[in-house]
Write a protein that binds this ligand. Structure first.
Ligand code: ATP
Ligand code: MG
Length: 492
C-alpha cells in the first residue's frame, strides 16, 4: 500500500542554531579540524589564535592536499559524505560533519579557503550563520579574490597548496560570565595547546610510527605529551611494557584488529620533573593519568579513566593501558561525531580486565619495591612492616637503631604511648601527594636542622659512627656519604 509522502526538510536557521549546541568543547572542536588536516596528508598545521580588536579569532592552516572548488563545496555541505562511506585507513573522519559542526559550535562565521595542486588560484567559501538565520537558506557565500587575499594576507604560514580555516565571530571562545575576556581566552588557549599535545602525541613525536606531522601554536611547535613515558630523557628509565597483544573482532565491514599494550611507568624518583610534566602536563601530579587510553587510527579519543572496569586506586597509579582500534570498526566502538567518546565493545571487557589486573600488580610491585628498599638499609629510623593477616602496611620506629633505642629506653610509660600514637598517625597519604605534586627530591643538602640535630646528639654523647650510620641509613634524609663525612669532620 503506497503512503502519501510529506516532505519535511530541516529549517535552516533554527537547525544550524541547534547544531551549535552539539556539545563540543573548544579543545574537541580544534582537534576535529586537525583531524581533517592529517587526513589531507599535511606535514604541518599552523594554528593562530589571537585577541584582536577586543575579539577572539582563530586561523588554522595546513599544507595538505587541499581541495578543488567542487571538493570545497562538498566539504562545506552538511553530510555530503555519510558514515557508511569506505575510507582510507589513515582517514580520521567518519561522518562528513566535523568541519561544520566543530566550527559552528565555536563561531558564527566560518571561512574555508583551499587550493589543490591542479588549481592556479585559491577558492573560498563562507558559512555565515547570521545570514542563514535571516534567510533560512542552506547557502554559503563565495569569496572573491580580494576577500581571500585580505583573509590570508597576514598569515605567517603560506603553503602553495593546502587549506585555511578561519573562525570569525568566535563567540564561544570566552565564558560569557568572565570578568576579563582576554584572560579567559588565554587560559582556554593554554588548555587547548595541552589537549593537542596529548591528542596527537603519536603524530607529532619524533620517532612516530605514523606519518609524522608538526603542529605549531601561535608560532611555537607543540611538543608531544607522551602519557606512557616511552621515550624518556637521556639516562632516565623508560616505562616498562608489561604486555602487548592483538585481538581480532568482527565488525560490520569484516574482521578488525584491536591492539592492547600495557605499561608501568617508572617510579617517580627515577624521572626528572621536566619529564613528569611531559607525561602528565603542567600542574598535575604524576599519578593522575592512570587508566585506559583509546586511540582510533593513532589519534587519542578518550583517556584518564578505567572506564568503570576497575576503580582508581593506589595500586594502579603507575599503570596505563593503550588500546588501538582502526577506523573500520567505528560502529563497534560507537564513536561519536566529536571523536571524544567511545564505548568499549563488551566482548573486549573481560580481556581488558585481565590485562589491567596483571599491569596493576606490576604497578604496585614497583612502588612497594622502592618503599621496601629503606628496610634493607643498614639502620634506618623508620621501618616498613607488612601485616600479612590484615593485608596492611604500617610504618614503625626501628628499635634496632641505636638512637631510637636510646630514646625509647629513656621514656616513661605515658611517653611510650604517645610515641605509639605518633607511629600510628603518620600522614602517609599526604606525604605521597606531596611527593607527587611538589616534586620533592630524594637528594638534599645538609640543612640547618640536620646540623642542629647532629650537634645535640654529639652533646648527648652519642658515638660519631652511630650518628653517621643513622644519617646515611635513612634514605628519607636523602644525604650523600660525602656530605655526612664532611659535616662530622667539621663538627669534631
Ligand atoms: N583541511 C582539509 N584539507 C583537505 N580537505 C578537507 C579539509 N577539511 C575538510 N576537508 C574535506 O571536507 C570533507 C568534510 O570534512 P568534515 O570534517 O566535515 O567531515 P569528515 O572529516 O569527512 O568526517 P567527520 O565528520 O568525521 O569529521 C572531508 O571529508 C575532506 O574531504
Ligand atoms: Mg573531519
Amino acid at each position: 500500500m503506497s503512503k502519501e509522502e510529506i516532505n519535511l526538510p530541516p529549517i535552516a536557521g533554527p537547525f544550524v542554531q541547534s547544531l551549535r549546541s552539539i556539545g563540543y568543547s573548544l579543545d574537541a572542536a580544534v582537534a576535529d579540524l586537525v583531524d581533517n588536516s592529517i587526513s589531507a596528508k599535511c606535514h604541518e598545521v599552523h594554528i593562530r589564535a589571537l585577541w584582536r580588536n577586543s575579539k577572539p579569532m582563530l586561523w588554522m592552516s595546513d599544507d595538505g592536499e587541499g581541495m578543488s572548488p567542487d571538493e570545497l563545496a562538498s566539504a562545506m555541505q552538511l553530510g555530503a559524505v555519510g558514515p557508511d562511506a569506505v575510507r582510507d585507513k589513515k582517514d580520521l573522519g567518519r561522518f562528513g560533519l566535523g568541519l561544520k559542526t566543530a566550527s559552528f559550535s565555536q563561531c558564527k562565521t566560518l571561512h574555508v579557503i583551499s587550493r589543490d595542486s591542479d588549481q592556479v588560484e585559491w577558492c573560498g567559501l563562507t558559512w555565515d550563520l547570521d545570514f542563514v538565520a535571516k534567510t533560512n537558506k542552506w547557502s554559503v557565500l563565495k569569496l572573491n579574490t580580494n576577500d581571500i587575499e585580505s583573509l590570508i594576507s597576514d598569515l605567517d604560514f603560506s603553503p602553495n597548496v593546502g587549506t585555511h580555516v578561519i573562525w570569525e565571530e568566535f563567540d564561544q571562545a570566552v565564558d560569557a560570565t568572565a570578568l576579563n575576556g582576554e584572560k579567559d581566552f588565554n587560559n582556554n588557549l593554554a588548555h587547548l595547546k595541552d589537549h593537542l599535545a596529548i591528542t596527537f602525541h603519536r603524530f607529532i613525536r619524533p620517532r612516530s610510527e605514523l606519518d609524522r606531522i608538526k603542529i605549531f601554536f601561535n608560532g611555537s611547535e607543540v611538543k608531544p605529551r607522551d602519557p606512557f613515558a616511552e621515550f624518556p630523557i637521556s639516562d632516565k628509565d623508560p616505562s616498562s611494557v608489561v604486555e602487548e597483544d592483538e585481538i581480532r573482532l568482527m565488525a560490520d565491514a569484516g574482521e578488525t584488529r584491536v591492539k592492547i599494550k600495557s605499561y608501568v611507568l617508572p617510579h617517580p624518583s627515577l624521572v626528572s620533573s621536566e619529564y613528569k610534566t611531559r607525561i602528565n602536563g603542567e600542574g598535575t601530579d604524576y599519578y593522575s593519568g592512570q587508566g585506559i587510553y583509546i586511540y582510533r587510527a593513532g589519534r587519542l579519543i578518550s583517556y584518564g579513566s578505567w572506564l568503570r572496569i576497575v576503580r582508581n586506586a593506589e595500586t594502579n597509579k603507575l599503570a596505563r593501558i593503550q588500546i588501538d582500534f582502526e577506523n573500520d570498526a567505528d560502529g563497534l566502538w560507537q564513536i561519536d561525531v566529536k571523536k571524544s567518546r567511545v564505548n568499549l565493545p563488551s566482548s573486549l571487557k573481560s580481556k581488558i580486565r585481565e590485562v589491567i589486573k596483571r599491569t596493576t600488580k606490576k604497578s604496585s610491585r614497583t612502588f612497594n619495591r622502592r618503599a621496601q628498599m629503606s628496610s634493607f638499609d643498614s639502620s634506618p629510623i623508620w621501618q616498613r612492616v607488612y601485616d600479612k593477616d590484615n593485608k596492611a602496611v604500617a610504618y614503625k620506629l626501628n628499635h634496632e637503631n641505636d638512637l631510637v633505642n636510646a630514646l625509647i629506653a629513656g621514656l616513661n610509660d605515658e611517653q611510650k604511648v604517645l610515641m605509639k600514637l605518633v607511629e600510628k598517625t603518620i600522614p602517609v597519604e599526604l606525604i605521597k601527594n606531596d611527593i607527587a605534586a611538589n616534586e620533592l627530591t630524594s637528594e638534599r643538602e645538609v640543612g640547618d636542622e640536620v646540623i642542629m640535630i647532629v650537634e645535640k646528639l654529639m652533646q648527648c654523647g652519642f658515638d660519631k659512627d652511630v650518628i653517621k650510620e643513622t644519617l646515611l641509613g635513612d634514605s628519607n634524609l636523602g644525604l650523600k656519604k660525602e656530605m655526612v663525612d664532611k659535616l662530622l669532620k667539621d663538627m669534631v
